[in-house]
Design a binder for this molecule. Structure first.
Ligand code: ZN
Length: 155
């Protein structure tokens, strides 16, 4: 198990997990969401500030959880900044496919560079119990963008 985990926790994931980017509260956020993954104990809050044209102007999160969940949230905030909500949701769908299958067959096109950056988390597909850790941030983002006010879970 240790060798497997060592493979899974690649350098990038460790770096983001230890020093998450955009780990702060946004006081003037337009959208916010909460996420909970009880399987692992990962919890996060996410804030989004929208630009006048609707793009994600700023995004930040705070929370507690395993290295995978924190690294995924950190990478997500870096990836969706400047995107439209539609692009962010498309990335969310593609990331879920990546985390589940380990490959991203439809990841060409305009979002290819972003998906390449997220590829480091594709290894979680070999660890079904960790997939929810990786997708929690994206579920939370979707909840925030939908502004449903409901707590997102990684189901
Ligand atoms: Zn976790």
């Amino acid at each position: 198990m240790f060798d497997d985990l060592r493979d899974l926790y690649q350098e990038v994931i460790l770096d983001h997990g230890r020093k998450p980017r955009n780990f702060r509260r946004l006081d003037d956020a337009d959208r916010e969401g909460r996420g909970d993954n009880p399987m692992c104990g990962d919890r996060m809050e996410l804030w989004v500030k929208l630009a006048p044209d609707g793009r994600l102007d700023d995004i930040a999160f705070q929370g507690k959880g395993c290295a995978i969940s924190m690294a995924s949230a950190s990478l997500m905030t870096e990836t969706v900044r400047g995107k439209t909500p539609e692009e962010a949701k498309e990335l969310s769908d593609k990331f879920r496919a990546l985390a589940t299958t380990g490959t991203c067959p439809e990841c060409g096109g305009a979002l290819a560079d972003d998906m390449e950056r997220l590829q480091v988390l594709g290894g979680v597909s070999e660890f079904p119990s960790r997939v929810k850790c990786a997708t929690l941030a994206w579920h939370t983002l979707n909840a925030a963008l939908d502004n449903s006010g409901k707590e997102a879970s990684s189901e």
